[in-house]
Ligand binder design. Structure first.
Ligand SMILES: *Cc1c(COP(=O)(O)O)cnc(C)c1O
Length: 429
């Protein structure tokens, strides 16, 4: 598939049926797989042969859909996980253990921030957070001898900052560690971080990839570029024998292209079992088949909404990297030349009260904590998810009282703008 363009990969990547086989990806709804001899099965357990034995570790439907995502990102191997949270945890925990350290952009999804700053800290893994806008010197200064990975989001949820992937990759590599990028918001349709030096990509497939608000899921993709054996002392889990798998050394046996995902499957899926159900993988694949068409519309609507809001007298500011005056416009032109995503955030001049009236007045845009599906939704953190905080606390948390996050769906942009317009009219002058 890899010679085809991204639009073709979305539709046909990962699965090529043989003569007389199903045209659509079959859902293999089976927990177990049958073998003729114990020896046949033993070879699978020893990782001497590839095949399936138990769906807690691997399932053929999942692997077909993972292969499509690997193809779309330009990677060598991929796996599906039960959620985006599981994907980010596995991607980091696959190369970090107690006593290790991570450098992460501070501008990341709240769930990921909590995962690494609270839960992984309890496991003895420390993280230093850096601004996504930091200089090369500031980034360098965050490293320690025990740093094992650098983490960031291409377009951060919800702050909409754009990461300088090339800079972060160069600095990570100078310190002998991989760059892990959560590419959920742009999807590989709008940005392929491997082309800019990232080593591992993660996704919450719950968002645009599924695209219909139907199934929670995640994915991890390996570029195959990172040379683990060249940094053997940092990555003993990949570069020394795994006694829980008969002394296999993943980086030697599976090479740079296969070691990371094989280890994550053999150890982390085996022990944590955070696998996506084959039914959800099937739904995800249906979403992927139209991803390239939907992303174009999400971006078109996002741009139109951002431009409408920017000239509206009751709007104080708009964050959208597609706007020429946006702080991240130059980075977006480099990394996201075909568009970014459908998520726009903006501040209302009237503060908390104006935001409350505005939210109540929306008719088409639904109030949801979710983002990035076919239906437009809005959230005012101050009056919902963060309502216990006062104005000062909200500002410190980066979600000022007047802030509204709008995830533009794929409806007609004229209807979205009309809905915004009538809700803005309800705010007193
Ligand atoms: C939603 C999201 C996650 C978490 O994904 P879930 O599928 O909800 O577990 C991680 N990263 C980003 C950027 C997200 O938007």
């Amino acid at each position: 598939m890899s010679e085809y363009k991204i639009n073709t990969k979305c539709v046909q990547g990962g699965y090529t049926p043989g003569n007389g086989e199903p045209r659509q990806v079959p859902i293999i709804q089976s927990t177990t797989f049958k073998y003729d001899t114990s020896e046949d099965m033993g070879k699978l357990f020893d990782l001497e042969a590839s095949g399936y034995f138990y769906t807690r570790l691997q399932n053929p439907t999942n692997d077909t859909v993972a292969a499509k995502i690997a193809d779309m990102e330009g990677g060598t191997a991929a796996m599906l996980t039960s959620s985006g949270q599981a994907a980010n945890f596995f991607a980091l925990f696959n190369i970090c253990q107690c006593g290790d350290h991570i450098v992460s952009s501070s501008s990341i999804y709240g769930g990921t921030f909590n995962l690494i700053s609270v839960t992984m800290a309890k496991m003895g893994i420390e993280t230093t957070f850096v601004s996504p806008d930091c200089t090369e010197e500031e980034l360098n200064a965050a490293f320690r001898p025990n740093t094992k990975a650098v983490f960031g989001e291409t377009i951060a949820n919800p702050t909409l900052t754009v990461l300088d992937i090339e800079l972060f990759a160069r600095v990570a590599h100078a310190h002998g560690v991989p760059l892990i990028i959560d590419n959920t918001f742009p999807t590989p349709v709008n940005c392929r971080p491997f082309e800019w030096g990232a080593d591992i990509v993660t996704h919450s497939t719950t968002k645009y990839m599924d695209g219909h608000g139907a199934a929670v899921g995640g994915a991890i993709v390996d570029s195959g570029h990172f040379d683990w054996m060249a940094h053997k002392e940092k990555f003993p889990g990949l570069c020394t024998p795994d006694e829980s798998y008969h002394g296999i050394t993943y980086a030697e046996k599976f090479g740079n292209g296969g070691a990371f995902i094989t280890k994550a499957t053999a150890q982390l899926m085996r022990d944590f079992g955070s696998i996506q159900s084959p039914q959800n993988a099937f739904l995800l694949n249906l979403g992927l088949e139209s991803l390239h068409v939907r992303m174009q519309r999400h971006c078109e609507n996002g741009q139109a909404v951002a431009e409408f809001l920017q000239q509206h007298p009751k709007v104080a500011y708009v964050n959208y990297c597609g706007l020429p005056g946006d702080k991240y416009h130059a980075l977006a032109e480099k990394y996201l030349p075909n568009g970014s995503c459908g998520v726009v955030s903006f501040g209302l001049k009237g503060g908390r009260e104006a935001a409350s009236i505005f939210m109540k007045s929306l008719k088409l845009a639904a109030i949801e904590t979710h983002v990035a599906d076919a239906r437009t939704c809005c959230l005012n953190p101050a009056s919902s998810t963060h309502r216990q905080m006062n104005d000062e606390q909200l500002r410190e948390a980066g979600v000022p009282a007047e802030l509204v996050r709008m995830s533009c769906g794929i409806e007609d942009k004229a209807d979205l703008i009309a809905d915004l317009s009538q809700a803005l009219d309800k705010i007193p002058e």
